[in-house]
Write a protein that binds this ligand. Structure first.
Ligand code: GDP
Length: 338
C-alpha cells in the first residue's frame, strides 16, 4: 500500500506532512516552528540531516532579504552588551532581530562562552528578538555550516537583521566574515590589542571597526582610533569603493549605536550601488558549496574500507621515510576508484 515514506523516496525533495507544517510555521513567522526547525538543522542524526536539507531547500526561495551582520572581538570587549543595545535600537526602529553565534570553544568543550540566555537579558525577552546559542557539537566547520543554514531559516521566518557573533580567536572570524554581508570588529581603547588584531590578519577582514568602552577613557579611545586609522592605511582596501570607518562607542551607555547602524546602512547602500553586495553573496554561496564538497570527499575517503585498512601502514611508511608522501597519497586516493 502506498504510504508517505514511499512518496518521499520517489520524490527526494518532498517534505513529510510534519516537516511541511514546520516549513509553513516558519514562513508564517512563528517562533516555535523556527526553534524546532533549527533543532532539526543542528541535529547530527543522518535521517535528521536529510530532513533538514529538504526543509532548508523548501525555505530557500524565501531567504536573502535580511542584513547579515558579523560581529567579532576578544572576550570582554563588550559584544553581548553591544548586541543587546543594537538589537533593542533596531527593534525600536520596527525591525525583527535574530542573534546567532559561532563559538569555537563550544565545539571543543561542549560549553558555550557565547550566546547563552543569561546574556542579553532584555533582548532575549523581547518578542521581536530571537537569540540562539551556538550549536555545541562538531568541529568549527560543522558549527559554521549549521549556522549558515540557521541563518537561512531565520530569514525565511522574516527577520530583518541577523547578527552573527563570534569571539576574536582563531578561524571562527574567517568563517563569520564568510557568511555575513558586513564584518564588524569591536576593539578596546588599548593600543596593544590593535596591534594584535593586525598581526592576526583580522583587521583585513573588517568592513567596520568600533572602539567600545569609550566612556571609560575618551582620550584613549580617540588615540586608539587614530592609531587604527593609520594602521588601516597600510592595508590594501578590500573594495575600492569603501573606506573602513573607525567609530567610538559605549555599549553600556548606549552611545554611538545609531551611528554604528548608520554606517552599516551606508555600507549596504555603497556596496549595492557598486554591485559588490550581491557579488559577495554569490561568492559566499559558491565557496560554501566547495567547502561542503571538500568535506564530503574527505569523509568519503576516510570511510572507504580499503583506505581504512591501509591508512595506518601508509602513514607509518611515510613517517619513517620508506615511502614518499606523494606516492602514498596517490595510492590511497586511487582506492576511491575501486
Ligand atoms: P563580551 O565578552 O565581548 O560579550 O563582553 P560583555 O558584553 O560581556 O562585556 C564585558 C564587560 O564589559 C561587562 O562587565 C560589561 O558591563 C562591560 N562593558 C561592556 N560595554 C561597555 C562599555 O561601553 N563601557 C564600559 N565601561 N563597560 C562596558
Amino acid at each position: 500500500m502506498p504510504d508517505a515514506s514511499q512518496h518521499i523516496s520517489s520524490n527526494p525533495n518532498a517534505l513529510s506532512t510534519v516537516d511541511q507544517m514546520l516549513a509553513d510555521g516558519v514562513l508564517a513567522h512563528q517562533l516555535r516552528p523556527l526553534a524546532k526547525a533549527i533543532t532539526l538543522i543542528e541535529s547530527r542524526r543522518e535521517d535528521h540531516r536529510a530532513r533538514a536539507r529538504r526543509l532548508v531547500e523548501t525555505l530557500l526561495p524565501h531567504t536573502g532579504k535580511a542584513m547579515r551582520v558579523g560581529i567579532s572581538g576578544v572576550p570582554g570587549v563588550g559584544k553581548s552588551t553591544f548586541i543587546e543595545a543594537l538589537g533593542l535600537y533596531l527593534i525600536e526602529q520596527g525591525k525583527r532581530v535574530a542573534v546567532l553565534a559561532v563559538d569555537p570553544s563550544s565545539s571543543l568543550t561542549g560549553g558555550s562562552i557565547l550566546g547563552d540566555k543569561t546574556r542579553m537579558e532584555l533582548l532575549s525577552q523581547n518578542p521581536a528578538a530571537f537569540i540562539r546559542p551556538s550549536p555545541s557539537a562538531g568541529s568549527l566547520g560543522g558549527v559554521a555550516e549549521k549556522t549558515r543554514e540557521v541563518m537561512l531559516a531565520c530569514e525565511a521566518a522574516g527577520f530583518d537583521v541577523l547578527i552573527v557573533e563570534t569571539v576574536g580567536v582563531g578561524q571562527s572570524e574567517t568563517a563569520v566574515a564568510g557568511m555575513s554581508d558586513i564584518f564588524c570588529l569591536l576593539q578596546l581603547p588599548n593600543a596593544g590589542d590593535d596591534l594584535q588584531a593586525i598581526k592576526k590578519g583580522i583587521m583585513e577582514l573588517a568592513d567596520l571597526i568600533a572602539i567600545n568602552k569609550a566612556d571609560l577613557d575618551p582620550v584613549a579611545a580617540r588615540a586608539a582610533r587614530a592609531q587604527i586609522l593609520s594602521a588601516l592605511h597600510m592595508l590594501r582596501p578590500a573594495s575600492p569603493n569603501w573606506t573602513v570607518p573607525v567609530l567610538t562607542l559605549s555599549a553600556r551607555q548606549k552611545e554611538g549605536v545609531a551611528e554604528f547602524w548608520a554606517a552599516v546602512m551606508k555600507y549596504r547602500e555603497t556596496m549595492t550601488a557598486s554591485g559588490e553586495f550581491a557579488a559577495r553573496r554569490r561568492h559566499q554561496a559558491t565557496a560554501w558549496m566547495w567547502e561542503l564538497i571538500d568535506a564530503g570527499l574527505r569523509q568519503r575517503f576516510r570511510e572507504h574500507p580499503r583506505v581504512q585498512r591501509e591508512l595506518s601502514r601508509f602513514t607509518r611508511e611515510v613517517a619513517l621515510g620508506m615511502s614518499t608522501a606523494s606516492t602514498a597519497a596517490l595510492k590511497l586516493l586511487g582506492y576511491l576508484n575501486e
